[in-house]
Design a binder for this molecule. Structure first.
Ligand code: S3P
Length: 431
């Protein structure tokens, strides 16, 4: 591992920037483009490690995929032509790839083995395996199929009516994807609406899918129609820069072409509630998803309560929201976010440990944290837990620290934001 030390920023964050393509949408574009017969072109693809694993997996099943940077061309003879991979499929760190593929592989007429890196290998899969087994999927893995490696023998699936016990778009998506191949109808009911990129994109690829509030029904349709996809910027990546501009005095930053699907914009709602000076312009729709330009100007913020139905709309942004809250007046309480404990790392514990080390005042709770505001960060040495979003939060914290911040390893940032340091340099350089 390679330590890196980051110095405080003595200037505001200023300028105009683009953020990389959305990770959730990039994964789905590769998956559905591979399943559809014909040619699918993806623009503004996220060339981060997680999405590159998704490409590799379909290549191993015989799909022709050319990727050069942000441009991907998929030529597929359709899901019927997929070939049995001769080696285990490697998912790296990517929970989204693993969970969504768990919904596709059991319907394919061959045998597959899924494995991942040490972090993915301890993430729970039972939440996906349980409904799939109810549909007739034949699969097993460590600890009764709860953990990778998992082996799958393809077969016949039957549609189900399933109430999701967890608020998870990955679980919802896996069941809906299995439903594409299952006999009859498959209905998923969510307690709280989670990101709906699967539904939007399946519709664009010609699937029979109907959403009504929190109920989504898909009907068996193996044949998808190839469709080009332009991926909006990832609001979860933009979040690091939005927060940087919100906490570094005198900042003024515009982020262009950021995805604004309302199942993902919880961070904007929270910032507005905290009193942020934030505007959205040029709002439009591309490939079934909303996007626009976000401008943030530094202003003093106040603490809020983050709980309930907003949690799935900002789940990946909670680490950076916690940093934001250390600079607001009063306390911020984050509740109902227990899902953070099973992300790339236990993000509740990681965030509280890191920000406390840097000099902030936080209390860890079972399902979130209490962040006491108005604390000056001092700097220090922290671990990134090999988690991309934790590492980026640490780097943004260094901008407002009194002393430098040393992070044990920032290589995980390439999972979702390969150009993070270049982009940061552009908006923090001396002018
Ligand atoms: C994702 C869903 C969320 C999110 C993850 C990406 C997706 O996970 O945290 O980064 O693309 O469907 P959960 O489904 O576990 O909440």
């Amino acid at each position: 591992m390679k330590d890196r030390t980051f110095q405080p920023l003595e200037r505001p964050v200023v300028g105009e920037m683009n953020v990389p393509g959305d990770k959730s949408i990039s994964h789905r574009a590769v998956m559905f483009g591979s399943m559809a017969k014909g040619k699918t072109v993806i623009d503004n693809f996220l060339d981060g490690e997680d999405c590159l694993h998704t490409i590799d997996i379909f290549r191993q099943m015989g799909v022709r995929i050319k990727q050069s940077g942000l441009h991907v061309v998929i030529e597929s003879d359709g899901v019927e032509a997929f070939q049995e991979p001769t080696a285990p499929l490697y998912f790296g760190n990517s929970g989204t790839t693993a969970r969504l593929m768990l919904g596709i592989l059991p319907a394919l007429p061959f045998f597959t083995v899924m494995h991942g890196d040490p972090h993915l290998t301890i993430r729970p899969m039972e939440r996906v395996v349980t409904p799939l087994k109810l549909m007739g999927a034949q699969m097993d893995g460590r600890k009764e199929g709860n953990y990778l490696p998992i082996a799958i023998k393809g077969g016949v699936l039957t549609g189900i009516h399933y109430e999701l016990p967890v608020k998870s778009a990955q679980v919802k998506s896996a069941v809906l994807l299995a439903g594409l191949f299952a006999e009859g109808e498959t209905t998923v009911i969510e307690q709280t609406k989670t990101r709906d990129h699967t539904e939007n994109m399946l519709r664009a690829f010609g699937a029979d899918i109907v959403s009504n509030e929190n109920t989504i029904t898909v009907t068996n349709k193996r044949k998808l129609r190839a469709t080009d996809v332009t991926v909006p910027g990832d609001i979860s990546s933009a979040a690091f820069f939005i927060v940087a501009a919100a906490i570094v005095p005198n900042s003024y930053l515009t982020l262009k072409n950021v995805g604004l699907n309302e199942t993902r914009t919880g961070i904007i709602d929270i910032l507005l509630e905290m009193g942020a000076n934030i505007t959205i312009e040029n709002k439009r729709e591309i490939s079934g998803e909303m996007l626009g330009d976000i401008t943030v100007r530094y202003t003093k913020l106040k603490g809020v309560i983050v709980e309930g139905d907003i949690i799935p709309r900002l789940i990946d942004e909670i680490p950076i929201i916690a940093l934001l809250a250390t600079q607001a007046t009063g306390s911020t309480v984050i509740k109902n976010a227990e899902e953070l404990r099973v992300k790339e790392t236990d993000r509740i514990h990681a965030v509280v440990t890191i920000l406390t080390t840097l000099g902030a005042k936080l209390e860890e709770t079972a399902d979130g944290m209490i962040v006491h505001g108005d604390t000056k960060l001092q700097g220090g040495s922290i671990a990134s837990y090999s988690d991309h979003r934790i590492a980026m939060m640490g780097v943004i914290a260094s901008l407002i620290s009194e002393g430098s911040v040393t992070i044990d390893d920032v290589s995980s940032i390439a999972i979702s934001y390969p150009a993070f340091f270049d982009d940061l340099a552009k908006v923090t350089k001396e002018r």
